[in-house]
Design a protein around this ligand. Structure first.
Ligand SMILES: NC(=O)c1ccc[n+]([C@@H]2O[C@H](COP(=O)([O-])OP(=O)(O)OC[C@H]3O[C@@H](n4cnc5c(N)ncnc54)[C@H](OP(=O)(O)O)[C@@H]3O)[C@@H](O)[C@H]2O)c1
Length: 304
C-alpha cells in the first residue's frame, strides 16, 4: 500500500502510513483496486467501473493460475480497449500498490481468496453469493485481521429495499403473508439469490422469527393452507435478467409489493467500487453495504 495524501476531518492533508488502516474516509484520494475473478461477468464490468470512477485506479486483475487469459490486457477482456493491466495469476501478483481487493467469484474460491487477502493484509469487498455457514464463518474470522465488507447486493436501491422491507415488516408483518420472489439470468448458479435470502433474514429478524425455521422454498402438490408464520420464496431463472426482487406483504383486502429491478451489472460494480473506496479507510472489522452507504443510521419510519 502506498502512502496516501488524505483530507482529514479537521481540514488538514495528512500522509497515511502504509501499514495502517485509517478511519479517515473521504473523497479526495485515489484508491488502487485489485480484482479477484477478473474474467468473470462481474469482474469484467468491475474493470470498466474502476475506469469510470475518477477516484479509483485498477492496479491488479487476478485470474486462476491455470487461466488461458494470463497476460491478456483486461481492458480488452472488458471490451473497453487496453488499460495497461494484464490478467495475472496469484503467484505473480504485485500487491505493494494495491489498497483494497474486490471479490466477485464463486463460493469455491472464497477460502483461498480470503487467505490470500489476509496474508497480504489487504481489505476485501466480497460480493460472491451462495455462501454456506462455514464460508460465512471464514469471512468473520478474516475480519479479525483485515477490514472486510460483505454484501449479497451492492446496489444502492436494493440496500434501501432492505430498510423498506424492515419497516414494512414492522407495520404489516405480523398479520400479512410474506412472500419474496426473485428473477435472474440463466447462468446464475445459486438459488434463491443471496439478496432474496438476506431480505428474508431482515424480515424474520424484525418479526422475531428464525428464517431457517420459517422459510418455504417453493411449493408443489398438496401443500395445505398457508402457514401464517412462514416466509415463502420463489425463483425464476431466464434469459439475461440482471436481477429483480419483490417482497410481498399480503393481507385480506390489501397488499404491499416492494420491487427492485436492476437493468445493468454496472449498478453492482459501481456500488462495489464505492464500497471499496469506503472500506480502504476503515479499521479491521466486518462491514456490509448498509455501513458503506450510511443506511444503518437512517430510520425511515421512527414512529408507527
Ligand atoms: N453482491 C452483488 O451485488 C452481486 C451482483 C452480481 C453477482 N453477484 C455474485 O457474484 C458472483 C460472480 O458472479 P458472475 O456472474 O461474475 O460469475 P461468473 O461469470 O461465473 O464469474 C465467476 C468468476 O469466479 C472465478 N472462479 C470461480 N470458481 C473459482 C475457483 N474455484 N477458483 C478461482 N476462481 C474461480 C471464475 O474464474 P474462471 O472463469 O476461470 O472459472 C470467474 O472469474 C456470484 O456469486 C454472483 O451471484 C453478486
Amino acid at each position: 500500500m502506498t502512502p496516501l495524501t488524505r483530507f482529514s476531518s479537521q481540514g488538514f492533508f495528512c500522509m497515511v502510513q502504509p501499514d495502517t488502516f485509517t478511519t479517515q474516509a473521504n473523497n479526495f484520494m485515489t484508491i488502487n483496486i485489485g480484482i479477484l475473478g477478473a474474467n468473470g461477468r462481474m469482474g469484467r464490468v468491475l474493470i470498466e467501473a474502476t475506469r469510470q470512477d475518477e477516484a479509483s485506479t485498477l492496479q491488479l486483475a487476478l485470474v486462476r493460475e491455470t487461466s488461458s487469459l494470463i497476460g491478456v490486457d483486461v481492458g480488452e477482456l472488458a471490451g473497453i480497449g487496453a488499460v495497461g493491466i494484464l490478467a495475472c495469476p496469484f503467484s505473480d501478483a504485485q500487491t505493494d500498490d494495491v489498497d483494497v481487493m474486490i471479490d466477485f467469484t464463486l463460493p469455491d474460491a472464497l477460502s483461498s481468496n480470503l487467505t490470500w487477502c489476509v496474508d497480504h493484509k489487504l481489505p476485501v469487498v466480497i460480493g460472491t453469493t451462495g455462501l454456506n455457514q462455514h464460508q460465512k464463518q471464514a469471512i468473520a474470522d478474516a475480519a479479525q485481521t483485515i477490514p472486510v465488507l460483505c454484501s449479497a447486493n451492492m446496489s444502492i436501491g436494493v440496500n434501501l429495499l432492505f430498510n423498506l422491507a424492515r419497516q414494512a415488516a414492522r407495520v404489516m408483518g405480523q398479520h400479512s403473508d410474506i412472500e419474496i420472489w426473485e428473477a435472474h439470468h440463466r447462468f446464475k448458479k445459486d438459488a434463491p439469490s443471496g439478496t432474496a435470502v438476506a431480505l428474508g433474514e431482515v424480515i424474520a429478524e424484525q418479526l422475531g422469527r428464525n428464517l431457517s425455521e420459517c422459510a418455504v422454498y417453493g411449493r408443489e402438490g398438496d401443500t395445505g393452507e398457508r402457514d401464517a408464520n412462514t416466509i415463502g420464496f420463489a425463483t425464476i431463472r431466464a434469459g439475461d435478467i440482471v436481477g429483480e426482487h419483490t417482497v410481498l406483504f399480503a393481507d385480506i383486502g390489501e397488499r404491499l409489493e416492494l420491487t427492485h429491478k436492476a437493468s445493468s451489472r454496472m449498478t453492482f460494480a459501481s456500488g462495489a467500487v464505492k464500497a471499496a473506496k469506503w472500506l480502504a479507510a476503515q479499521k479491521v472489522g466486518l462491514y456490509d453495504m448498509q455501513d458503506a452507504l450510511g443506511l444503518n443510521s437512517i430510520q425511515l419510519l421512527d414512529r408507527v
